[in-house]
Design a protein around this ligand. Structure first.
Ligand code: GCW
Length: 725
């Protein structure tokens, strides 16, 4: 064990350029900048003047030194503290990078403190200032965290070759809490994880090895502004609250703290009964509330800056306040009261559905909207982007906009549960943007999901956003090298939801692979088209939930198991029959459209005005229904499925031509994955079309190639989960 730790230490101390290109360094590779990219202003940064002594400032300094050494080949030297020997108003020498909070006098002479006020809690200001002594670069903020984010931002600009010689920017994050949710179980497995076992739980490695790994994790998160992480699965084991696990939470918190990342925990609502031996966990029973208060105190004694609880209650078999005839608000508020003295928050999930016969897409709204105004002020409701469950395309959840008095946060899924696991290249930023940019119409055309959740529309102070993590113990962290882009994009978007997916993708590519335009452009094209390709070969035109109902990988539109819950089964969702296909959520069906504000409800409710990409989400239509393209619904479905496959083939071909830009290790890895993606795209296409054909009784248009599979064989295929974990 010791020997391993020693070897590992040696490895991490090697200069960055000697790292194998195995993806382990993520987008923080800090390779020497190509000559045409290294700007003179960057090369001129020769000195560092650091103000502040905190662990966060030290982390910022360490990052700067390491990054600049890697990027430019020389590490900036510490500049003598002005003030001693020289007067405080004496400007630092030319080429100095000055970092520190705005209240330091040497910084105050360069940037008026008043100006920095606009940066808020965690924002920052970066400016090139020309002094008597020459140009210096200043990174300042109101908090050490802001300084850290400023440092990472400057480094990103340098890494991506953005000009910094006349830099003057102020940024502040769109959301206060920017979190990853790990669905990691205490036994080390990861629910819906496709990059190996949990990085947090059930590990036997030496503490030094783990600390090094967690530090990379922390740096990566801080580099994109993520400031919180939930370390255990929302399907939470009560054991998480046992002292031995609390100690692990605390140990991780210690490593993440210098990077301004707080640790949070998912809790099981029945913990008082299961763990505490109480007769029940009724939230209105004072002894239950007291049990939580004691537990919370125990946590804060170990982790003074603990973030709070994430709760999945009365959902998919998890216990909750409804077990005792209480409401979600009763449950959330009881926990909120325990956390309140420490400034902790409760993130209470709205992902609830029961086999009640009601359209599953309507249930969360039905349960939560009537509770608007009933939640304590340190509770935020965590709502999945769509009303069902992280499908490749869903409309936004109608809860957004419908609970003005309650802070709401979006939960996105970074891990690709329904988008091909870590086998398919699917850049998810466009999917998330689609949700954030969607207009809810709750207060007219300006009321996007972004504005509902970032506090600007209803003035909520508590704002947050969460992404279900895609990390595991795989060397490249995410299984697929391109899956790293989704972790990256989630953070960038949580910081600034106005950034375009293109801009984020371009940054990531430059930092992760290469600056060459002849590489970036075609790969960015692949990334930007990838999510739509997945939609097309899996679930075009608003279809959803056609996958195998337990593993969620691969098509099984035929699945209909006796006695299983209807809402688990693909047939419930596509509803194909000889008369047509689709889920009727219009007024003639479940009327889920009524949960949206006008004019959306009318637009979605009418098959003529419903956007084509959501048509079968909201409508059940005959096979020969005519679409805008002039094609019948059946023909259009065929073209979409075939189009999706063509896209996957196109990605493969494009990538094959880029060999000269990519190291052999990552090139081959991605190449293999793209091959799997194409194979599976064909599998999806054939399975869905051949199955639907048994109802439509129509031919696949003659100009399209023939399916390569046989439906009966596909039905017999048993999916093997093992290679995915
Ligand atoms: O997407 C579904 C997943 C479950 C998950 C659940 C949830 C953690 O299939 O694995 O459980 O959603 O979000 O709670």
């Amino acid at each position: 064990m010791m020997k391993n730790a020693f070897l590992y230490l040696c490895l991490i101390l090697l200069p960055v350029s000697l790292y194998a290109e195995d993806g382990s360094a993520l987008w923080l590779r800090y390779q020497k900048l190509p000559e045409n990219v290294a700007e003179q202003a960057v090369l001129d940064i020769t000195g560092l003047l650091i103000r502040g002594e905190s662990a966060v400032i030290k982390a910022a300094e360490e990052e700067l030194r390491m990054a600049m050494a890697g990027l430019t080949g020389k590490e900036p030297v510490a500049v003598k503290k002005s003030g001693r020997g020289s007067r405080q108003s004496e400007p630092p020498e030319a080429g100095t990078l000055v970092i520190g909070t705005a209240d330091h006098p040497e910084i105050g002479v360069l940037i008026p403190q008043k100006e920095v006020e606009q940066c808020g809690e965690e924002g920052f200001l970066i400016r090139r200032v020309v002094t008597r002594a020459g140009p210096v670069t200043v990174i300042t903020a109101n908090s050490d965290a802001g300084v850290l984010y400023g440092v990472f931002t400057l480094l990103r600009k340098i890494q991506t070759g953005e000009p910094v010689s006349a830099l003057s920017i102020i940024e502040r994050p769109a959301y206060r809490l920017r979190l990853l949710n790990h669905w990691d179980n205490l036994n080390g497995t990861v629910e819906r994880g496709y990059a190996g076992r949990s990085i947090w739980w059930n590990r036997e490695e030496d503490a030094t090895v783990l600390a090094a790994q967690y530090k990379t994790y922390a740096r990566a998160n801080a580099s994109v502004g993520i400031n919180g992480t939930v370390l255990n699965n929302v399907n939470a084991s009560p054991d998480a609250l046992k002292p031995e696990y609390l100690r692990k939470f605390a140990a991780v918190a210690d490593i993440l703290r210098p990077y301004n990342i707080r640790v949070y925990m998912s809790v099981n609502f029945s913990s008082p009964a299961i763990l505490g031996g109480l007769p029940h966990s009724d939230p209105l029973d004072p002894s239950v509330a007291q049990w939580w208060k004691d537990k919370v105190k125990e946590i804060y004694d170990l982790i003074p800056d603990f973030g709070g609880f994430l709760v999945k209650a009365n959902s998919e078999g998890q216990p909750g306040p409804q077990n005792y005839g209480r409401t979600h608000a009763d449950g959330a508020n009881m926990l909120a009261e325990a956390l309140k003295p420490y400034d902790g928050v409760v993130m209470w999930r709205a992902f609830v559905y029961e086999p009640s016969g009601e359209d599953r897409a309507k249930q969360a709204y039905t349960e939560f909207v009537p509770l608007d105004g009933k939640f304590a002020d340190n509770v935020i409701i965590q709502v999945k982007n769509g009303p069902v469950d992280f499908q490749p395309r869903e409309p936004f959840s109608p809860i957004f906009g419908a609970m003005e008095k309650t802070p709401l946060m979006v939960e996105f899924q970074i891990t690709q549960e329904y988008l091909g696991f870590s086998d398919h290249l699917a850049y998810l930023s466009p999917m998330w943007k689609e949700c954030l940019d969607a207009i809810t119409w709750c207060r007219g055309p300006e009321s996007t999901v972004a504005k509902v959740t970032d506090g600007s529309l209803f003035g909520h102070r508590l704002t947050a956003i969460a992404g279900v993590a895609n990390t595991g113990r795989d060397v490249n962290w995410c299984g697929h090298h391109f899956a790293q882009s989704n972790w990256y994009a989630f953070g960038r978007m949580a910081w600034d939801h106005q950034l375009s997916s293109m801009a984020i993708g371009r940054e990531w590519l430059k930092m992760t692979f290469s600056h060459e335009g002849d590489f970036i452009d075609p790969v960015l094209t692949i990334m930007m088209r990838s999510r739509e390709a997945v939609v097309n070969y899996m679930t075009p035109l608003g279809l959803h939930h056609l996958m195998g109902w337990s593993h969620h990988h691969g098509p099984e539109p035929w699945t209909d198991i006796k006695n299983a819950r209807p809402d688990w089964l693909p047939r419930y969702y596509h509803n194909a029959s000889s008369t047509g296909i689709g889920f009727d959520r219009s007024p003639s069906g479940s009327n889920a459209v009524e949960q949206y504000f006008s004019p959306l409800r009318e637009m979605y409710g009418n098959r003529q005005t419903c956007p084509e990409n959501l048509l079968l989400w909201f409508h059940h239509l005959p096979w020969d229904y005519g679409l805008a393209s002039g094609k019948s619904l059946w023909d259009e479905l065929c073209y979409r499925y075939y189009g999706g496959v063509e896209e996957a083939r196109f990605f493969q071909k494009q990538w094959d031509q880029l060999k000269k830009f990519v190291d052999a290790e990552r090139f081959t890895h991605v190449q293999k994955k793209l091959k799997v993606q194409t194979t599976e795209a064909v599998w999806w296409r054939d399975a869905c079309l051949l199955y639907f054909q048994t109802f439509s009784q129509r031919e696949i248009p003659a100009e399209l190639e023939r399916p390569v599979h046989d439906l009966d064989e596909l039905k017999k295929l048993k999916f093997n989960m093992t290679h995915h974990n």
